[in-house]
Design a protein around this ligand. Sequence first.
Ligand code: NAI
Ligand code: MG
Length: 333
Amino acid sequence: MHTITLIPGDGIGPEITQAVKDIFAAAQVPVQWEELNAGQTTFDQSGELLPQALLDSLERNKVGLKGPLTTPVGKGFRSINITLRQRFDLYQNVRPAITTEGIASRYSGIDLVLFRENTEGLYSGLEVYDERLGIADSISRITLEGCHKICYAAFAYAAKHGRKKVTLAHKANILKLAGSMMINACREVSREFPDIIFEDKIIDNMCMQLVNKPEQFDVIVTTNLFGDILSDLCAGLVGGLGVVSGANIGDTTAIFEAVHGSAPDIAGQGKANPTAMLRSGLMMLHHIGEAGYADRIEQALNATLKQKDKCTGDLGGKASTSEFAQAIIDNLA
Ligand code: NAI
Ligand code: MG
């Protein structure tokens, strides 16, 4: 039995995490949940955005499944997601993008995984604003160690999953020093994986190629800001934010999350699509060595996606969140 920290989140978070809990229970997945919240919900209750009890739970269990969190708008509220990433050194942001029958997309045959460096670059929090001079500096700091670690993670994943190619996206033609450091780090790592093709592309060309011919990509690795943008672009290629999963992984701790937000416009109405959250849960099962359960649930999900009427409105169906979850349970082989 695995103990997992479950963060229901704000808005639609509780509805989609309930769907995942129900499906996991029906499939008799050997996990027990330690449920603790954060975000707007706990802020309203106790004035705490990220309660210590939740941090302690993640520290203990090393694995979390997280619903979307609302960070209150305004000065002094640091993004909870960024805080968690820094706190547990979750330096890999891993986002698969796969075209799936039953999920509308302009493309077919996409099966790629994006590795985004998750703690450095423009997200280091190094900002200086000189009001008098009207100058704002946002410092993008990357380290050689950080470059090595994310590139190694991408190649190790490729090797483990029988993937053929790793593409590095960068801007070394302009960012001469930082870009070159990333390329060199990745090239050095690539020598340890002679069976995997290594190529690099400049980020703007990369965007064009992804939109034009996404099937050519396999594993993509990049720095924080480029990865943030590319990962949403990739989500758009395969059906949007409601269906793609994500993971924040470090050497000791990992937090899995749907990449969409708390969707306040549909919260509490039973309209939310639980697919992204469920797929994040399945990534989590692979991570904790329960791939068999993940495969079985994935097959049930894929079967349900082909039954339009059993799906939620965003997928063209009429079912509620819980009806969709029940259909997945009914399809468990
Ligand atoms: P959003 O992703 O919550 O919503 C964008 C649109 O997509 C809305 O129309 C929403 O109804 C729809 N949508 C999102 N998820 C869906 C699902 N599972 N099923 C069906 N429809 C879905 O983005 P928005 O509106 O920009 O952000 C709302 C709040 O979420 C903000 O407070 C933001 O800070 C937070 N947020 C949190 C994230 C996280 O915790 N990982 C990520 C992104 C935003
Ligand atoms: Mg983003």
